[in-house]
Ligand binder design. Structure first.
Ligand code: ADP
Length: 331
């Protein structure tokens, strides 16, 4: 599709180039012809006069021959010039057309991948629900308890699908950048800890706070969202009875908001990919199943970019990970 579009666009570029080149050639041809007609008159008259031939007639003949020869030479060169424009211009136009269309091609490719990934993710829970319902409908002795179990399981799948579609929407939306103001990072982090404390407690995980008061140039909702994702992951990917440390500190004019866990860590080969949509490292799939769609960190990355911030990852397999949100300090 894009090769065709590139060729079509290159065709338009060449057409414009050739029209300009042809117009220029016609102008050069006219100018050269009139110059030739002016330029031959003087010297030819002098030469003929000394040979005793009827000067007027012979003059006209020689003059016409010279002008025609001159015009042919000019025409030949102009044809060569236009062929050159066609060849060089054609190649340059195709290159330029590819370059112009490349960002659009990349965007369309990303969009297609996104749609394919999203439908793949939705297909699995839908297929599971369909099978469960079909099996239940075929069973003539289905008890009310079994029916309730089935409905409960379907409800869980529906919850997962709405979570997924919410995540997809956040990623697909092209929101306008948030207004950056001075935000009390310590306060936002404490709020997130309070919200996720019950989840940590349910797994016997202790959250330690080492919070230094820092005002960052950001947006409260965005900082809350990123720290929420990082802390939620730290809880999900940590074994029971471990400690998660939440830290805020200043460094080189920036604020570092860190979430450190004693979880199973991330393989170096996975670290490069964990911010990609739908990427889930093996550790989250094997051993015990940890719920998720692989969207949290891509959302956190997108939100951090809108704050001109970055998320840094340090991780040691079997020891734990530190995710640090680096943000500018508010003046
Ligand atoms: P999800 O948690 O839904 O799988 P994320 O995008 O939040 O999606 O994370 C992507 C992957 O990165 C996870 O599947 C997991 O393998 C890895 N990961 C993220 N945070 C941690 C962490 N604190 N410890 C270990 N692995 C992590």
């Amino acid at each position: 599709m894009f090769t065709k579009a590139s060729l079509r666009l290159a065709g338009w570029y060449v057409a414009i180039l050739l029209s300009l080149s042809l117009a220029f050639s016609v102008w050069v041809y006219n100018e050269a012809s009139s110059e030739l007609q002016q330029g031959f008159k003087g010297p030819v008259t002098v030469w003929l006069g000394s040979n005793g031939v009827d000067p007027d007639e012979a003059l006209q003949q020689v003059f016409n021959q010279q002008v025609t020869a001159g015009q042919q030479r000019v025409t030949g060169r102009l044809i060569l010039l236009n062929l050159g424009v066609l060849l060089v211009g054609g190649a340059a136009s195709y290159w330029l057309a590819r370059r112009t269309l490349r960002p659009i091609e990349a965007a369309v490719e990303a969009q297609n991948r996104f749609t394919a990934d999203a439908s793949h993710e939705l297909r699995t829970p839908l297929a599971a629900m369909k099978t469960e319902i079909e099996v239940a409908l075929r069973d003539p002795k289905l008890s009310p308890t079994e029916t309730k179990d089935l409905l409960r399981s379907n409800l869980e799948e529906i919850d997962r699908m709405s979570e997924l579609s919410q995540g997809l929407l956040t990623l697909a939306r092209d929101d306008k950048p948030p207004r950056l103001v001075a935000v009390n990072a310590e306060k936002v982090m404490s709020g997130v800890i309070e919200r996720l404390q019950p989840l940590a407690a349910s797994r016997n995980i202790t959250i330690e706070q080492q919070l230094e008061p820092i005002k960052v140039l950001a947006d409260t909702k965005s900082v809350d969202c990123i720290i929420g994702i990082l802390l939620d992951n730290a809880i999900k990917y940590s074994p029971e009875k471990t400690v998660i440390t939440i830290r805020s500190q200043r460094q080189d004019g920036h604020a570092l908001l860190a979430v450190e866990d004693q979880g199973h860590g991330i393989k170096p080969s996975d670290i490069d990919h964990i911010f990609e949509r739908f990427y889930r490292a093996d550790a989250s799939r094997s051993k015990q199943y940890v719920a998720g769609h692989g969207l949290g960190l891509s959302i956190a990355h997108k939100v951090a970019e809108s704050l001109h911030g970055t998320i840094l990852v340090q991780s040691k397999l079997g020891k734990g990970s530190i995710f640090t949100l680096r943000l500018p300090i508010a003046q």
